[in-house]
Design a protein around this ligand. Structure first.
Ligand code: UDP
Length: 261
């Protein structure tokens, strides 16, 4: 995988080169760029050699990475790591990355579909429960008539299905692959199999197909504006409480770090 750049701490220096700066949130790399910059960066990846992985990081990822070195390294080696969660943006701003903003998997996916349609890049939707990816694809095609969805597959991150899925994606000719297996399975799957799929760009998008298909309702804009989307998700999907408990040690650890301004 080609990285945008290696570890950097001087945001201004990176701004001058035009490359996004990276923050370290509890040892996990996160790039600082706006949604528009992330989309441009992804579209550039499609024109450069190699296979590019994008990771959309939230506090759950960071806490998991604390004791999962392979996951931490998968994130570090990705081409782009965007701040998906409000908790990540908060931590980045405390470090002086005042321009940090949320770049969520679902927003990035939708914006990339618009650009993919303009530039005639076929996309592939892999993952989620049976029927969800097909429905999400139909809705995307309805909203973005020029979009080519090269294929969808339910599948699972289980390695025994990988050969068949990779062959299906490769034969579809997809340039962009969206993978919805949840974290960290989707990110490991991409790391391991992206090259075999032939897709130049692959992104782990979590529950995005569930939202696009309408199977799960996304928080209203005003809730997102208040950085409370996590709270809304907990309200709609109470089974998330155990996963979201990780927010408590996350906040505690971030508060213990000295803020940089
Ligand atoms: N999923 C899947 N196969 C699996 C496990 C999960 O396709 O073996 C899907 C699940 O149906 C959901 C997505 O992965 O669509 C994970 O969504 P979640 O909301 O947990 O991800 P988040 O947005 O929190 O990262």
């Amino acid at each position: 995988m080609d990285r945008v750049h290696s570890d950097q701490s001087d945001q201004l220096a990176n701004k001058s080169t035009g490359e996004p700066a990276s923050a370290e949130v509890l040892g996990v790399r996160v790039d600082c760029l706006t949604m528009a910059e992330a989309v441009d960066c992804c579209m550039r990846f499609l024109k450069t050699a190699g296979h590019h992985q994008v990771v959309t990081v939230n506090p759950e990822f960071v806490m998991l990475a604390q004791h999962d070195a392979p996951f931490r390294s998968a994130i570090r080696n990705a081409s782009l790591v965007v701040p998906d969660g409000a908790g990540i943006v908060w931590a980045m701003r405390r470090q002086g990355f005042v321009d940090a903003e949320r770049v969520t998997g679902i927003d990035l996916m939708q914006a990339l579909c618009v650009r993919a349609a303009q530039e005639q890049v076929p996309v592939f939707l892999l993952g989620a429960a049976p029927g969800i990816a097909v429905k999400a694809a139909a809705i995307l095609q309805q909203e973005i008539p020029d979009l080519t969805v090269a294929g969808t597959a339910v599948g699972s991150p289980d390695p025994k299905h990988a050969a068949g899925l990779c062959a299906q994606i490769r034969e579809s000719g997809a340039g962009i692959l969206f993978v919805a297996f949840g974290c960290p399975a989707q990110d490991f799957w991409i790391q391991q199999y992206q090259e075999e799929t032939g897709a130049r760009l692959a992104i782990g998008v979590g529950g995005s197909f569930d939202y696009i298909s309408g199977a799960v309702t996304r928080a209203p804009l005003w809730v997102r504006g208040m950085n409370l989307e996590w709270c809304y998700r907990l309200f709609r999907q109470p089974w998330r409480w155990r996963r979201q408990l990780t927010l408590i040690p996350y906040v505690w650890k971030i508060l213990r770090e000295k803020p940089r301004h």
